[in-house]
Design a protein. Structure first.
Length: 311
């Protein structure tokens, strides 16, 4: 079976759509449908269930997709090894992220990828943690960004930098002028939190209980954007990863106050343990890691400047 047919099938399977798969393959929808019918006839099995929208793979289709994707990734790697830098990277990748990731960080990564590798198409979907796990396991997504990585038998996690958490509030909030804030200082105040089922919510609540903090949870949301927007109300506060509000802090619309004691959120990249990285996927992972390390270096430099300590 020609590699072109495998690529068409994988694009259709990935996007669960003949039209989107055909677009990524550079052919018409009817041509994509015909190629997969020919493939099914040659194999003697049905690969795609066309009776549902979005379409679904059959059991045989899922097995074939996993094998075909590995073949294409290995062939991509072979070409890269033979041709090297003379070959422009191509690919169609899907990145999953939890809702509470720093969107500006992701936007910077995607912009850098477009600049470095314009023929690599990277889609981003935002999911709850369990949905992200399922998307990686089912090959709907190539790699994911999440917090509080666990030990999984079938998923591998590559640590990213820990994110420092801070108390975030409007400049008119009663705590806004403090240099540091202890959990006890939050007693009875109105906190905008994360939805209770999220790991970040459980970690914040454990931190507060451990250190004697008992704020009143006024509202809860599943994403940082909504929490951040709600802090236009001067009576509200939130505990958020500090770098996710850096733009607002620089503009003076929000204040981020260090917690005493400190609290961090561990971040990681996650993928299937059996995933063989194509050159395009490896480039995306390297780009994510490079940007994270750059942010950590800038944070360390800023910390040294603030404390007046020489490196």
């Amino acid at each position: 079976m020609p590699l072109e047919a495998l690529e068409v099938f994988c694009n259709v399977a990935r996007h669960r759509s003949f039209s989107k798969g055909a677009e990524r393959s550079g052919i018409t929808q009817s041509a994509a449908s015909q190629r997969i019918r020919v493939l099914e006839e040659e194999l003697g099995v049905q690969l795609v269930d066309r009776s549902t929208r979005p379409l679904r793979l059959t059991a045989a289709g899922r097995t074939y997709y996993q094998g075909a994707r590995k073949i294409l990734d290995r062939y991509d790697r072979l070409l890269q090894n033979v041709i090297g830098e003379r070959r422009e990277l191509r690919g169609d990748l899907e990145l999953a992220s939890i809702y509470s990731v720093d969107r500006s960080y992701l936007n910077d990564v995607l912009e850098d990828m477009r600049h470095r590798h314009p023929e690599v198409e990277v889609g981003v979907i935002y999911l709850h943690p369990q949905e992200l796990h399922d998307a990686i396991r089912s090959d709907r997504c190539d790699v994911g960004i999440l917090s509080y990585p666990d030990r999984w038998p079938d998923l591998a996690a590559r640590p990213l930098g820990d994110e420092s958490m801070a108390l975030v509030c409007h400049p008119a909030h009663p705590l806004a002028t403090r240099d540091r804030v202890t959990p006890q200082a939050l007693e009875g105040m109105s906190l905008v939190g994360f939805d209770p089922g999220l790991p970040i919510s459980r970690d914040i609540q454990t931190f507060l209980r451990k250190h004697g903090g008992h704020p009143r949870v006024a509202r809860s949301f599943d994403n940082i954007d909504t929490i951040r927007a709600s802090l236009a109300d001067p009576s509200l506060m939130a505990i958020l990863p500090e770098r996710t509000v850096q733009l607002e802090v620089d503009r003076g619309t929000l204040v981020a106050i260090p917690l005493e004691p400190g609290l961090v959120r561990p971040m990681a990249l996650v993928c299937r343990r059996d995933r063989e990285f194509s050159p395009a996927l490896e480039a995306l992972v390297n780009c994510l890691v490079d940007h994270d390390q750059r942010i950590m270096r800038e944070r360390n430099r800023n910390s040294l400047c603030t404390t007046g300590t020489n490196p």
